[in-house]
Design a protein around this ligand. Structure first.
Ligand SMILES: NC(=O)c1ccc[n+]([C@@H]2O[C@H](COP(=O)([O-])OP(=O)(O)OC[C@H]3O[C@@H](n4cnc5c(N)ncnc54)[C@H](O)[C@@H]3O)[C@@H](O)[C@H]2O)c1
Length: 355
């Protein structure tokens, strides 16, 4: 059996592929465009593993995706591929519209063509799982209940609007064409292999290199943090037992203001890697102008996933953040390559592609 994963050289997709190949004996076809966020260094450990087939390409390339589907005949497609950084979506929304909306549309059409042609029993067993975000629900005030699956979509950034649009397409392909889809809406992830443009890896790496730790506005924006491998286990569970056409919120009940997250990281670094001059990492914190339209609070009610499918996260924020910091301390080569761009040269040579 085979599954096709898109965006499997990114942060969550990469963790998912690594975990999957340990836990299952199925082959993974990994389709990734290798944008700045895709990093084959994350998958280095899979070199020579014939159950991992990497394909450099775009989910929006319908012909390529159709060829891959008819060649590998996967029993499931899991769509991680996306432009994912809110700040980038503010500066240049075009790529977000192209990949997250048009790309998802083309992927759905290729998958529909393949699924239509399957034998009845294969058709029944097939799944298309779309990985999405809690940001589609908009923002919460301090006393609002966490988002559940019935909350109205109120996306506020070009990123979340493009993800919301993709969720609607996935829903419509189920209701109109009967495509067997599942959607997950997850809160903020953190963990190994996270590209250092996002808050947690950025703070760890800036702290270690003596740079300032930038905090947007007053730092009181609340996010609900989930360790990435818990997100991966939730996706596996939904793929295995989710009800067709349903959406599942995924979260870890770990609401924290950004400033508290940064102080926690600083305190753990003070303990694990004390500075030679005796100063504290939190001295490097600086407040910068807030992001336009910055959502104040996200929080996820993941009770449906727990009640119906028995999923619970394995990590608390306290255990997960320690593992994450330890990973960054132990994997300075990955960090150096990703920050210097060296891996891109390697990929260019390895795959003879222009990046
Ligand atoms: N990071 C989070 O906290 C979070 C939380 C909830 C949901 N999500 C969703 O999970 C998914 C993965 O997020 P991530 O943080 O790993 O993102 P990421 O930016 O780290 O990785 C995205 C991957 O997709 C690839 N890609 C981009 N455009 C592509 C295209 N057109 N065709 C094929 N591949 C393409 C990139 O090369 C990269 O490898 C996204 O859909 C995102 O919206 C992320």
């Amino acid at each position: 059996m085979t599954i096709l994963v898109s965006g499997g050289a990114g942060f969550i997709g990469g963790n998912f592929v690594l975990d999957w190949l340990v836990q299952h004996d199925e082959t993974v076809v990994n389709l990734d465009k290798l944008t700045y966020a895709g990093n084959l260094d994350t998958l280095q450990g899979l070199r020579g593993n014939n159950r991992h087939v990497f394909v450099h390409g775009d989910i929006g390339d319908r012909e390529l995706v159709s060829d891959l589907l008819s060649m590998h005949r996967p029993r499931a497609v899991i769509n991680f591929a996306a432009e994912s950084h809110v700040d980038r979506s503010i500066h240049g929304p075009g790529d977000f519209i192209q990949t997250n909306i048009v790309g998802t549309f083309n992927l759905l059409e290729a998958v529909r063509g393949y699924w239509d042609g399957l034998a009845e029993d294969e058709k029944q067993g097939f799944r298309f799982l779309h990985v999405s975000t809690d940001e589609v629900y908009g923002t919460l005030s301090k006393d609002d209940a966490p988002f559940n699956e019935l909350n109205r979509y109120e996306p506020n950034s070009p990123y979340s609007a493009s993800k919301a649009a993709s969720d609607h397409l996935v829903r419509a392909w189920h209701h109109t064409y009967g495509l067997p889809v599942l959607t997950t809406n997850c809160s903020n992830n953190y963990g190994p292999y996270h590209f250092p443009e996002k808050l947690i890896p950025l703070v760890i790496l800036n702290a270690l290199s003596g740079k300032s730790l930038p905090i947007y506005g007053d730092g009181q924006q609340i996010r609900d943090w989930l360790y990435v491998r818990d997100h991966c286990s939730a996706i596996r569970r939904v793929l295995e037992a989710g009800k067709l056409g349903e959406t599942y919120n995924v979260g870890g009940w770990n609401e924290k203001p950004n400033l508290e997250v940064v102080h926690t990281i600083c305190a753990i670094l003070d303990e694990l890697r004390p500075k030679a001059d005796g100063s504290r990492y939190s001295d490097q914190i600086t407040f910068v102008r807030d992001r336009p339209g910055h959502d104040r609070r996200y929080a996820i009610d993941a009770r449906k996933l727990e009640r119906e499918l028995g999923w619970r996260p394995a990590e608390t924020f306290e255990t997960g953040i320690r593992k994450t910091i330890a990973w960054y301390l132990d994997n300075q080569d990955w960090v150096r390559n990703v920050t210097s761009g060296a891996y891109r040269e390697w990929v260019g040579k390895q795959y003879e592609v222009e990046l």
